[in-house]
Design a protein around this ligand. Structure first.
Ligand code: ZN
Length: 293
């Protein structure tokens, strides 16, 4: 029996200006800048990692800042919203905080829960959802967001697709089950209590195809407990989709595959984590380049 996938590990997106990206995620959302490195597949560009205080799997949002890249276009075959959990009772705090930083918000209700929706400076859609379950979180030590309101890691993500069936079949192979349906939106989750477990699929047959660019999500990564579990998933999913070999990403090990609707998925290991090359006090302060590089 393959060790289950419990939820998201990280989400990786494309930004334009690195400084603006850094300022927004640390000073507006209050995340910790846990790692500053280079894109191992394109070493001329940065790779930024934001998360809780130690970069716990399920809290990590990463960016390739690619200045001069054209803006992406929202469309089918793409992750159209990335949702974070916030503590129950903190939505008013966040609405006011975002408003004070001139970030326009909108409230949308999905499956009975209110999603506070807004965009980052590149137009990437983010949501904050109050979550009543206790989630242990290492609140970022350098943030001015009080720990009781701190972002708790991911709630989930929303994919836009032309049809549901084949994506749903792959999600079921990954251990995700349909929780509920609401018009064009269907929610899936694995049997787990982990952060980042909700995956909504929105079907729109008339959507334009997505175009990768700034403000769009490059891929979403799911958690594998360890290397053995990752190899099991590589073999199991390899019967349905093309899966890459294991890539060493220094902070985790990764395999990648494209789901049938076109969204790039990754399965990443929890270990070794972000403390492998820096002490916890100074995470993110120096540019880290792996030795093998
Ligand atoms: Zn990744």
């Amino acid at each position: 029996m393959t060790t289950p996938i419990v939820g998201l590990h990280h989400v990786t997106a494309i930004a334009s200006d690195p400084q603006r990206n850094l300022d927004f995620y640390t000073q507006v959302l209050g995340l910790r800048f846990v790692k500053r490195t280079v894109n191992f597949d394109d070493p001329g560009t940065y790779h930024f990692y934001f998360g809780d205080d130690i970069g716990t799997p399920g809290t990590i949002l990463t960016f390739f800042p690619w200045p001069g890249t054209p803006k992406g276009r929202r469309g089918a075959g793409e992750t159209i919203a990335t949702a974070f959990s916030i503590p129950a009772g903190s939505r008013a705090y966040w609405r006011e905080r975002l408003s004070s930083k001139e970030v326009a918000t909108e409230e949308k209700v999905h499956f009975g829960g209110t999603h506070l929706s807004f965009s980052d400076p590149d137009g990437m859609v983010l949501e904050l959802v109050e979550h009543t379950e206790a989630q242990s979180v290492h609140a970022p030590r350098y943030s001015d967001v009080p720990a009781r309101y701190a972002v708790q890691g991911f709630y989930g993500a929303t994919l836009l697709e032309y049809s549901l069936e084949r994506t749903a079949a792959l999600l079921e192979t990954m251990g995700y089950r349909k929780l509920s349906e609401e018009r064009e939106r269907t929610r899936y989750a694995p049997e787990s209590n982990s952060r980042g477990r909700f995956l909504d699929i929105v079907v729109d047959k008339n959507a334009q195809p997505a175009r990768m660019g700034t403000g769009t999500v490059h891929h979403i990564a799911f958690r594998a407990s360890d290397d053995a579990a990752q190899l099991d998933w590589q073999q199991k999913l390899g019967k349905h989709v093309g899966v890459t070999t294991v890539q060493d990403r220094t902070y985790f090990h990764s395999i990648y595959f494209r789901e049938p609707g076109g969204v790039l998925f990754e399965i990443a290991t929890d270990a070794p984590g972000f403390l492998i090359d820096e002490p916890v006090e100074s995470l993110g302060e120096a540019l880290q380049i792996p030795e093998w590089f």
